[in-house]
Design a protein around this ligand. Structure first.
Ligand SMILES: [Zn+2]
Ligand SMILES: [Zn+2]
Length: 221
């Protein structure tokens, strides 16, 4: 599989993705090609691969961002941070999950506690992060996880495990809640433009208009 280029129409932005880990979560590298800076969204696994890819493309990783604190999205936080020195960003409601392997699922699967980075910056709804000439807007979308977030970058939104192509995130993990997730999608995502490209935490990309029409969870909202 390897790295895949995401075809999108913004100038000076390049996005590539790589499926990683046993659940095949999507790790994204978002680059401002004008300033040669990048953000890694959900460093699932294989920090060395992510770092090498950024080096090959001549971009410097300035941010590591977690859409939420589940083990299948945060596995390479620490090792990637050791390689690139960038801070780890996540929603403030994921604080506990990032510090406790029994809450993020890591302990259950690997038998140890995952250390999730040294330098952390906690986000809240409406925060705007600057990556070179790009603005990354934080949209808090709890439901799959209390601190789940989506990141809006121009014509693209990274939806983590909130919204997938044809589905939505599970709500049976600790802190998950179906009604909260539906409310997040209805109030925070559906008002956005139909042309908006969706880059989810698992599976294929899509756009909001297509999901409004075909996603069974969204049809009656
Ligand atoms: Zn998750
Ligand atoms: Zn996931």
């Amino acid at each position: 599989m390897g790295w895949q280029k995401i075809e999108q129409d913004m100038l000076n932005v390049e996005i590539i993705s790589h499926k990683m880990g046993i659940l095949g979560a999507n790790c994204y590298l978002v680059m401002d090609s004008l300033n040669q800076v990048a953000a890694v969204i959900d460093p699932v696994d294989k920090a060395d691969k992510i770092f090498a890819q950024a080096e090959n493309l001549g971009v410097t990783i300035k941010m590591i961002i977690n859409t939420h604190g589940h083990w299948d999205h945060i596995g390479a936080n620490q090792t990637l941070q050791e390689l690139c020195g960038a801070p780890v960003y996540m929603h403030e409601a994921e604080k506990q999950k990032l510090q406790d392997g029994t809450l993020n699922g890591f302990f259950e699967r690997r038998g140890n506690n995952l250390f999730c980075g040294y330098d952390k910056i906690y986000l809240k709804d409406g925060d705007k992060l600057t990556l070179g000439s790009l603005e990354l807007q934080v949209i808090h979308t709890p439901g799959h996880s209390p601190g789940g977030l989506c990141l809006l970058v121009g014509n693209v939104i990274f939806t983590g495990d909130t919204l997938f192509e044809g589905s939505i995130g599970r709500t049976d993990f600790p802190g998950g809640d179906y009604d909260t997730l539906i409310k997040s999608i209805k109030n925070k995502l559906l008002p956005l433009p139909d042309e908006l490209m969706i880059l989810p935490g698992h599976g294929m990309d899509s756009n909001l208009g297509r999901e409004k029409a075909h996603n069974p969870y969204l049809r009656n909202l």
